[in-house]
Design a binder for this molecule. Structure first.
Ligand SMILES: Cc1cc2nc3c(=O)[nH]c(=O)nc-3n(C[C@H](O)[C@H](O)[C@H](O)COP(=O)(O)OP(=O)(O)OC[C@H]3O[C@@H](n4cnc5c(N)ncnc54)[C@H](O)[C@@H]3O)c2cc1C
Length: 263
């Protein structure tokens, strides 16, 4: 079983209040903020390790990022992944979600293709939730998003996904890409014995040329998204206490909901 996990290295979400935006370049200033594995990608890795334990196979982590993410990515080897592929090249910088997905899909193909791909449902910094489905479309495989449970029996996957109305259970064959929610599992911690083993596992770096990717479809050049402007979000919410007996308070609430067009 060829299992891939897409892992994004992000600024520590616990330190989110320290992240600022550069109004000139319209990019995120990440300097000085420690990097971590995107939290939902730890759940994605855990899901992959559980499938490998039941079905056998190999778990490959693939990530697009600058050289500075290497140390953090190596943690995935200590958590149990078999190998890491870091897709790293100056010309990949400035990628939007489509250019990111093209790069990740090319990385997966370069490494022999996948039966199963796990991603986080969304990243802690960009948070568009677009990359997983885009990778699936580029690889020509079915996908399920925001999974809260996953199992695989006789080549048929059963995935429980969150929907706006609750949950839905989907079934399908492989190949398949699944993006996972936090609820899907409890990621394991790093064991000392695994840190020692991790040192001997392959950590390969691939450039855009290695992936046979033209500069026009990757990085800033290959990104159709343009950031027109950036602004700090203003929090203008205010609380309102509706006084009176319950019936009276409910009547006031209904008036407000109608006035605001909510009902
Ligand atoms: C014009 C433009 C320029 C940008 N320039 C930069 C830049 O220079 N540097 C920069 O860091 N960001 C840049 N970004 C942001 C970058 O596009 C997104 O961070 C990236 O495409 C992933 O999108 P997301 O964070 O919304 O991922 P989501 O779709 O929310 O992520 C879902 C899942 O996809 C996988 N995934 C996402 N990104 C990666 C990755 N890189 N490697 C492996 N798996 C991944 C993970 O499993 C993740 O949990 C830019 C965005 C735009 C629009």
């Amino acid at each position: 079983m060829r299992i891939f996990v897409c892992i994004k290295v992000v600024p520590d979400p616990e330190r989110a209040s320290e992240i600022t935006l550069d109004p000139q370049t319209k990019t995120v200033r990440r300097e000085g903020i420690p990097l971590v594995i995107n939290p939902m990608d730890k759940n994605a890795l855990e899901a992959a390790l559980q499938v490998r334990a039941q079905q056998g196979g190999e778990v490959t982590v693939v990530s697009m990022g600058p050289p500075s993410v290497e140390e953090v990515l190596r943690q995935s080897l200590a958590l149990g992944a078999d190998r890491v592929a870091l897709l790293c090249d100056r010309c990949l910088a400035g990628a939007d979600t489509l250019a990111t997905a093209r790069t990740l899909a090319a990385g997966i193909e370069k490494l022999g293709g996948a039966d199963l791909v796990f991603c986080g449902a969304e990243s802690a910094d960009g948070g568009t939730a677009q990359v997983g489905p885009q990778v699936a479309a580029l690889l020509g495989m079915a996908h399920a998003v925001y999974a809260t449970a996953f199992s695989l029996r006789d080549g048929i996957a059963e995935v429980t996904v969150k929907t706006e109305d609750g949950e839905k259970v989907l079934q399908g064959g492989l190949p398949l890409l699944v993006t996972v929610s936090r609820e899907i599992n409890q990621p394991r911690g790093i064991r000392f014995s695994e840190i020692v083993k991790a040192r001997k596992k392959p950590f390969n770096v691939f450039t855009a040329a290695d992936l046979s990717l033209a500069e026009t479809c990757i990085g800033e050049q290959g990104s159709p998204t343009r950031i027109a402007g950036i602004a700090d979000a203003k929090m203008e919410r205010r609380g309102e206490i509706l006084e009176g007996e319950p019936e009276e308070a409910v009547a006031k609430l209904m008036t407000i909901l109608r006035r605001e067009g909510a009902i």
